[in-house]
Design a protein around this ligand. Structure first.
Ligand SMILES: *Cc1c(COP(=O)(O)O)cnc(C)c1O
Length: 220
């Protein structure tokens, strides 16, 4: 392998073993936002197939040609989604991790039906109650999950969070796991380059790793 993929996969395995979990139950979502095909191709060549992008437009420009070269690519949308981009997102992504408000959920439900395509849905939770950050508040999470799953019939599979950058993420990870467990959702997307091992200790099933895998994003 030529990329950092093996290193990250080994660390995921160690973190899982360290807390008595099976590495098969932790999925790496390789966050390729900002990076160009040139940087992404070595990671694809090493076998990674699940990628996260945070902008619909950028993903639409980058991935169709990569999908022609590599089979079995699976894309997660991990950034904020505007209702006017929902159709493109539904067409392009296999998972939408950032469903966080009724208006968006309703637009997704309508367009999924029109397109006959249903990406998996994760509910984004604003565990830190940060005003500037996307995500449903933890207090309203259960009700929102019920709306998405029962009323709108969306395939809600999990929850995700982005903890505040200036805090120990542990309490946020624990809170997200509680919300997942009490709503019988099996997928918990949490943990980034700086804290994915801690996220695994706290029950993450999906970790979203960018910098540790691809290096610093250009322009950052
Ligand atoms: C960019 C991003 C990541 C990856 O962050 P790194 O620190 O580069 O690993 C994970 N999740 C979301 C939602 C992101 O926007």
């Amino acid at each position: 392998m030529t990329s950092n993929l093996k290193i990250i996969k080994d660390k995921i395995e160690q973190a899982a073993l360290g807390c008595g979990r099976n590495k098969e139950n932790v999925t790496l979502v390789a966050v390729s936002k900002i990076h160009t095909a040139e940087t992404i191709i070595p990671v694809l060549a090493d076998g990674q197939r699940i990628f996260g992008e945070n902008r619909v437009q950028e993903a639409a420009e980058k991935w169709p040609s990569l999908k022609e070269k590599f089979e079995g690519i699976y894309l997660h949308l991990i950034g904020p989604l505007q209702t006017n981009k929902v159709r493109q997102a539904v067409q392009l992504f296999d998972v939408i991790e950032t469903v966080d408000r009724p208006k968006l959920a309703k637009a997704i439900a309508r367009i999924c039906e029109e397109e006959g395509k249903y990406p998996d849905i994760y509910i984004q939770i604003n565990t830190g109650h940060e005003e500037q950050k996307a995500g449903m508040s933890p207090e309203n999470a259960d009700e929102f999950i019920r709306l998405c799953r029962d009323d709108l019939k969306l395939p809600v599979k999990g929850v995700m969070c982005i903890p505040p950058f200036d805090e120990d993420p542990t309490d946020h990870f624990k809170l997200l796991k509680q919300i997942a467990d009490r709503n019988h959702l099996s997928i918990i997307s949490m943990g980034m380059s700086g804290d994915y091992e801690k996220a695994i200790e706290n029950g993450a099933t999906h970790v979203r790793v960018g910098t540790a895998l691809f290096g610093t994003r250009p322009g950052y």
